[in-house]
Design a protein around this ligand. Structure first.
Ligand code: HEC
Length: 466
């Protein structure tokens, strides 16, 4: 009896309290009420999240294994979508956004992840799908009509044997006269297979090369393979010397679009005779034999004002790996590389590079005044997603600063990407063979300009449309 009475009393008190709280604090409580009760639908909430963060890759002819363009697409894959967003597996963005932000950053907020979960748990409500408009995506170019489209000399065969394929490819050209290029866009034909491209430009000076088209046009890159690729592919000048090389101006990863800098930044000179040299064209495993005829879109530009420079610390770089990159079997080991800049730099983009044993990556600069300039942190390295991360504004690193890069490697059985079970010793090599995926590299690559006052204000996120 006594207990019942007490209960009743406390019930009455609670009701009174609730009423008091409601009336005192009406606005605030109402707002939270609305949110918990609000219905999450595809039309009103989920479509926007997917279009921005997933559809760039999950649409026809792109890297994603299924489309996310319609309500039906989303509903059909709902459970998987919930799983990959809860686990932060998708969208792929290895850089730690709590450390530094970049252009085209693709990460979901905690709230967006929660909305997806609620949506799936509540049975994927559609809402009024007639008002949903999927964004229109470009066909063949992100930017518009290119000035020139350069094709591969011959299609590249991809064997359907379920393994990765690495090719070196040359794409020679002969123009009427020397010209300037604003940027180059790689357009893969086999979008589901093209995984990563890193290519240079070779410029032949006047009279140094008769026939740019001579020599084999592609070379299957086997670790430890032939070292005389330049000769085999007919890339050398006629007198056997090396042509002028501009590194890494063709770049591609699924979901990547080349950064378009303001008018006076970047660009390249193209001599009338030259060749693009895709040093690293990487296709993922295919289930059936097929051919690839990817293309390059060339966009001409004004005369160079501030050309972009690129350099790297670590393997093949301006500063060595410390200690030497030897990773004994069953060891987890951290390496570093450091370099003091003699000039004021405006850093545009950074590109950490390791292979399958990579675990974490961290780079920053320490100024002579003792300030830290954050560059990039990757807490969970993924060989598959090696972006050039472009800062939203050029990042100043004053002369006398030390740039530090740290990389941790896991050569144990616990590393699921370890190519060897049981693990094998991985020894440093500073030759061509270190580029084989099952060997290791440690590189911190970055692009920069010589600093000029006002660089910090330049908005690198603004893309010019062509
Ligand atoms: C940069 C390109 C890219 C973006 C952006 C992207 N994906 Fe993916 N997604 C892929 C690729 C490539 C794969 C297949 C390879 C893999 O699993 O890594 C994949 C795999 C998946 C899978 C696993 C499929 C399976 O059956 O194993 C799901 C689910 C998925 N993505 C959902 C999403 C969602 C949801 C988003 C947005 C929140 C998203 N993806 C954003 C490229 C992307």
């Amino acid at each position: 009896m006594q207990i019942k009475k007490n209960l009743r009393v406390s019930f009455v008190i609670s009701v009174v309290l609730i009423i008091v709280v409601f009336s005192c604090n009406n606005g605030e409580i109402k707002e939270t009420e609305d949110k918990t009760n609000s219905v999450i639908t595809y039309a009103d909430n989920i479509s926007f999240i997917l279009f921005k963060n997933c559809t760039p890759c999950h649409r026809p002819n792109q890297a994603g294994p299924f489309n996310l363009l319609t309500y039906t697409d989303a509903k059909r894959n709902a459970k998987k979508i919930k799983f990959v967003t809860q686990t932060h597996y998708m969208p792929p963005w290895p850089a730690d956004a709590a450390y530094t932000h970049f252009v085209d950053e693709r990460i979901l907020s905690a709230d967006e992840i929660e909305q997806i979960k609620t949506w799936v748990d509540n049975g994927c409500l559609a809402g009024d799908t007639t008002k949903v408009k999927a964004p229109t995506f470009y066909e063949g170019s992100f930017f518009g009509k290119p000035d020139v489209v350069v094709k591969l000399q011959e299609s590249i065969p991809i064997k359907g044997n379920g393994t990765d394929h690495f090719y070196m490819v040359k794409i020679p050209f002969e123009l009427k006269h020397d010209t300037f290029v604003r940027f180059i866009e790689f357009v893969p034909q086999q979008r589901k297979l093209a995984h990563h491209v890193n290519g240079h430009l070779l410029n032949y000076e006047d009279g140094k090369k008769k026939d740019v088209f001579k020599g084999i046009s592609y070379y299957k890159d086997i670790p430890g393979g032939d070292k005389d690729v330049y000769k085999l592919m007919g890339l050398l000048n006629d007198d056997g010397t090396y042509p002028v090389l501009t590194p890494n101006l063709v770049y591609y990863l699924p979901g990547y679009t080349p950064p378009v800098y303001p008018e006076n930044i970047g660009g390249y000179k193209l001599n009338k005779k030259g060749s693009f040299f895709l040093k690293n064209l990487h296709y993922g495993p295919s289930a059936h034999d097929c051919l690839d005829s990817s293309t390059l879109n060339i966009f001409y530009g004004p005369k160079l004002v501030r050309p972009i420079q690129e350099t790297q610390l670590g393997t093949f770089g301006i500063a060595p790996v410390e200690p030497a990159l030897n990773i004994p079997a069953n060891a987890v080991k951290t390496f570093m590389s450091r370099w003091v800049t003699p000039i004021d730099l405006s850093i545009l983009s950074v590109n950490p590079h390791m292979h399958l044993l990579g675990k974490t990556f961290w780079a920053f600069a320490l100024t002579p005044q003792g300030d830290t300039v954050r560059l990039i942190k990757i807490n969970k390295w993924d060989f598959k997603w090696q972006y050039y991360y472009t800062f939203k504004h050029p990042l100043k690193i004053p002369a006398g600063s030390t740039v530090y890069a740290y990389g941790m490697y896991d050569n144990t059985d616990k590393n699921p990407y370890n190519p060897f079970h049981p693990p094998r010793d991985c020894k440093e090599r500073n030759d061509f063979m270190s580029m084989g995926t099952t060997e290791e590299m440690f590189q911190f690559i970055f692009t920069y300009l010589r600093y000029q006052p006002g660089d910090e204000q330049i908005d690198l996120e603004k893309r010019k449309s062509f």
